[in-house]
Design a protein around this ligand. Structure first.
Ligand SMILES: Cc1cc2nc3c(=O)[nH]c(=O)nc-3n(C[C@H](O)[C@H](O)[C@H](O)COP(=O)(O)OP(=O)(O)OC[C@H]3O[C@@H](n4cnc5c(N)ncnc54)[C@H](O)[C@@H]3O)c2cc1C
Length: 484
């Protein structure tokens, strides 16, 4: 059995022996407490794991292309443990990063990984503390699926969900969190009411739009640079129990894009996405639109589809429960895991394309992309309104509408040469994107050097830097983003 398939509990039990008592700041390594010059490591309610197998597992993510081994993994027993590890790291110039779980980050370029430091397994703190009629207070290690399992039975849901909901609240709030509801509600970062954060200074503070707003604004889509999000108060909205999904195909990209624009303007659906297939060397474009409903008031298919320009005879309609709709990718993910595909490298590209240039840019990317390069992964394309966005560090093009374009590739064959060739393509597409004023969505390939990050955050790079000096002056947090 590989480490990746070991249940987490037995993984941790196996590692209990290898905990650190002291740290030698001269040798910069863990030590026994009687070693001359060694300093005591704080006492944690949880555990600081030094076991080589655990650290090796922590040096991986969904991309399976970047591997940075941490010096230790903290499985926190409390938020105070996170305060302690950050203060200790500040004192001894160690780095600290939060991640969804040990080796379970869904980043694809090592963004959650940390060398010369400590990785915090945020899944250890995953309690839903409170659900009210319009909000939920949750630990950052809670996964969206876990929250939905608690809220949907009482008719509530976060307004925006990622397509795949087994992601952590802290992880998606650190990047953005986009889904087909974003055109109406913005991203997940736009639907946060309050956050509890341990800053890079080791201070545990609450922030909201009304209290410590600069920190609240920095942390949302802040790529883990300013604080570890430990708790979040998330907006909830009432949701009907059922969802009807419509799909229809288009022969032309321009047709899909025009209808997507129309639908996010008139708001007749609750969710609008789309995808592009290159199967068999033929490009087809598919709209995916969803309407939520109550059983006593089913939607009118004719009214919802009126005036759209898809190819006749290509519409399909499917009803499901609201929860099954939100969790629709789970069966496919299980299948991919069973086939071993989940463990292959994923040189993904996710970019925000200005609405004014979307057709030309997407055609340009498709002209340079073969079906084989996708490794059967999908291409997604869907729009949202820039006016719904509130998190300054979520950088999108200056335009009325932005389209998310996602090349969700699996590298087949999974060789380093093929991965590098696909990453080189990503760099090319990012350059072509910059030429039209687009921005990377930095969950996958994106800026890699401080100079590229400076460009990415313009005109807010100065604010990004000054926020770093204010909240993490010793550059302790989240080195895997390669920003500082
Ligand atoms: C199959 C799949 C489907 C996806 N679908 C979508 C989608 O539909 N929409 C979308 O927007 N994204 C999607 N993503 C991307 C996903 O949002 C990012 O990978 C994101 O990083 C969340 O993943 P995670 O919870 O594993 O966080 P991680 O990858 O562990 O963390 C992401 C970043 O945040 C930092 N971080 C983690 N937790 C915290 C915390 N508590 N406080 C501060 N910093 C923290 C990490 O150090 C890292 O830099 C998908 C990814 C995969 C693999």
């Amino acid at each position: 059995m590989s480490l990746g398939t070991l249940p987490r509990r037995s993984l941790l039990q196996g590692a209990l022996v290898a905990t650190a008592a002291a740290f030698n700041p001269i040798r910069r390594s863990w030590a026994s407490s009687n070693e001359p010059g060694a300093l005591d490591v704080p006492t944690f309610e949880g555990q600081l794991l030094l076991d080589a197998a655990v650290r090796e597992q922590a040096a991986d993510d969904f991309g399976h292309a970047v591997h940075r081994t941490p010096w230790a993994v903290l499985v926190p027993g409390s938020v105070d443990d996170i305060v302690k590890v950050i203060r200790f790291a500040r004192l001894h110039q160690l780095k600290v990063s939060g991640a969804r779980g040990i080796g379970e980050s869904h980043s694809t370029q090592g963004q959650a990984q940390v060398e010369a430091g400590v990785l915090i397994d945020m899944s250890a703190l995953s309690t839903i503390h409170e659900i009210t009629g319009n909000s939920a207070w949750v630990d950052a290690g809670v996964r969206w699926i876990q929250l939905l399992q608690a809220t949907v039975p009482v008719g509530l849901s976060p307004p925006v969900l990622t397509d795949y909901i087994d992601l952590s609240v802290g992880g998606t709030l650190s990047v953005g969190g986009i889904g087909g509801q974003a055109f109406r509600h913005g991203l997940q970062v736009d639907n946060v009411l309050e956050l509890e954060v341990v800053t890079g200074r080791g201070e545990r503070v609450n922030c909201s739009p009304f209290h410590r707003k600069p920190l609240f604004d920095a942390v949302r889509s802040g790529l883990g640079q300013f604080g570890i999000i430990v708790r979040a108060k998330l907006r909830l909205v009432p949701v009907p129990p059922l969802a009807r999904t419509y799909t229809a195909t288009y022969a032309q990209l321009s047709g899909l894009v025009a209808d997507q624009r129309k639908l996010i303007e008139d708001g007749r659906f609750d969710y609008v996405e789309g995808s592009i297939s290159l199967a068999g060397g033929v490009r087809t474009y598919q709209l995916e639109a969803v309407k939520y409903f109550r059983p006593e008031a089913p939607p009118s298919d004719a009214a919802l589809l009126q005036g759209l320009s898809f190819q006749p005879g290509t519409v399909s309609v499917q009803d499901s429960t609201y929860f099954d709709f939100t969790n629709r990718l789970a069966p496919m993910v299980e299948q991919l895991k069973g086939l071993g595909v989940w463990q292959l490298p994923h040189p993904w590209l996710n970019v925000f394309v200005p609405g004014r240039s979307v057709t030309a840019y997407v055609e340009q990317v498709l002209n340079q992309t073969s079906e084989e390069e996708l490794g059967q992964g999908p291409i997604l394309l869907y729009p949202f309104h820039n006016r719904e966005l509130t998190a300054p560090f979520l950088r999108v093009p200056a335009d009325q509408h932005t389209f998310l374009l996602s090349l969700l590739r699996t590298a087949v064959p999974p060789t380093p040469e093929n991965v590098e060739a696909l990453l080189a393509k990503n760099r090319l597409f990012l350059k072509q994107l910059a030429d039209i004023g687009g921005k990377a969505y930095p969950i996958s390939s994106g800026p890699q050097t401080p100079a590229e990050w400076s460009e990415h955050f313009q005109p807010l790079w100065g604010l990004f830097q000054s926020s770093k000096w204010a909240f993490d002056p010793d550059l302790v947090l989240t080195p895997g983003q390669r920003i500082f």
